[in-house]
Ligand binder design. Structure first.
Ligand code: 3PG
Length: 393
């Protein structure tokens, strides 16, 4: 059921799970894609006279941690929405109750980080109950957190009348269209620094795609597993066996793996640090690989020329630091151009990836850009997402 089915919202308290896990630097939101994505749902509900109570997590705090507060994100949302957004410093309890009870029809409030309570990730019945007491209706508009079976993403859908929000609806529609029966060869680009979480996903992905390009921090783990010296690079040396196992699986499934052959290396992790291009066989002990090198970019472009469908999650390097954004920008623009010429269907997902594509100025050239990271990858693998399943039920 979507918001089209939720007709009688006048004066109803609508608990809306959104994804406010946005990239921030020094207290400022650096990419507002996820904020923009939820505006249609908020406006739909306020337009029907509902009271919007936004639930979201931020980061991965262990208990209450003011450095992971949603307060600055609520301020940024106010700017995007162009109307006042209230804030309560807890998502349950007296503070939340009285703040929600003060809402007038058409008003919006953000409740503090749901992950400040252990019950959120445990999907605990008493926490679900406490949240459910704050609303009459539940709307899930966070496709990007639908891979988590948490209280605010899954539990609430079992407790209150539940609907998919506009962003949830369009994500599911677009990804289904793009990936149900993809044109082959399918090339996946997986990069970024969340090494351990994605290594597992890669194992499944190699069974589904024809070519897998591995970039970013996780490529270093593979290079180290193949006996290369990676110096001070981001690398999970203890995952060597897992990495080799993935390479074996890829071989058995006929999936070609593309790893960097060269890298841009520096001894410091900062913008404009002194750097050089090095073969992956020539990384010194005090150096770290901060981007893929030009030869690698050339190889990836060749592979892209042959592909029909591209799925992308994760940048090639530390794209937030110039000049270590070069490989990500070059490949992103290449994919954007091929898509624009009608040669490729391209879908990308992930907070960092979206920020990188925006930075490269090419996001709108992609066939589809999802707001999701982990959920996007699990969707690619064909896994059922608990948040989506709960809505279906
Ligand atoms: C994301 O940023 O991908 C989602 O908000 C999920 O965050 P999580 O990986 O911390 O659950």
């Amino acid at each position: 059921r979507t918001l089209d089915d939720a007709v009688d919202l006048a004066d109803k308290r609508v608990l809306v799970r959104v994804d406010l896990n946005v990239p921030m630097e020094s207290g400022r939101v650096t990419d507002a894609t996820r904020l923009k994505a939820i505006l249609p749902t908020i406006r739909d509900i306020t337009g029907k006279g509902g009271k919007v109570v936004l639930l979201a997590h931020f980061g991965r705090p262990k208990g209450r941690d003011d450095s992971q507060s949603l307060a600055p994100v609520a301020k940024a949302l106010e700017g995007e929405l162009g109307r006042k957004v209230a804030f309560a410093s807890d998502c349950i309890g007296d503070e939340a109750k009285s703040a929600v009870s003060r809402l007038a029809s058409g008003e919006v409030i953000v409740l503090e980080n749901t992950r400040f309570h252990a019950g959120e990730e445990k999907n605990a019945p008493d926490f679900i109950e406490a949240l459910a007491n704050l609303g009459d209706i539940y709307v899930n508009d966070a496709f990007s957190t639908a891979h988590r079976a948490h209280a605010s993403t899954e539990g609430l859908a079992r407790k209150l009348p539940a609907y998919a929000g506009r962003s949830m609806e369009s994500e599911i529609e677009a990804l289904t269209k793009a990936l149900e029966a993809p044109q082959r060869p399918v090339l996946a680009v997986v990069g970024g620094s969340k090494v351990s979480t994605k290594l597992e996903l890669l194992g499944n992905l190699v069974q589904k795609v024809d070519i897998l390009v591995i970039g970013g921090g996780m490529a270093n783990t593979f290079l180290a597993a193949l006996g290369k010296k990676v110096g001070k690079s981001l690398c999970e040396h203890d995952l060597g066996d897992t990495a080799r196992d993935i390479l074996e699986k890829a071989k058995a499934a006929g999936c070609e793996i593309v790893l960097p052959v060269d890298a841009v290396v520096a001894t410091e992790f900062k913008a404009n640090a002194a750097h050089r291009v090095a073969s992956v066989d020539d990384v010194k002990d005090d150096e770290m690989m901060l981007d893929a090198g030009p030869e690698t970019v050339g190889i990836v472009k060749q592979k892209l020329d042959a592909a029909k469908t591209v799925v992308w999650n994760g940048p090639f390097g530390a794209f937030e630091l110039t000049p270590f954004d070069a490989a990500t920008v070059a490949v992103a623009r290449y994919v954007g151009d091929l898509t624009h010429k009608g040669k490729l269907l391209s879908v990308a997902g992930g907070g960092d990836t979206v920020a990188a594509l925006n930075h490269a100025g090419t996001a709108e050239r992609f066939s589809y850009v999802s707001t999701a990271g982990g959920a996007f990858l699990e969707w690619l693998e064909g896994k059922a997402l608990p948040g989506v399943e709960a809505l279906r039920r």
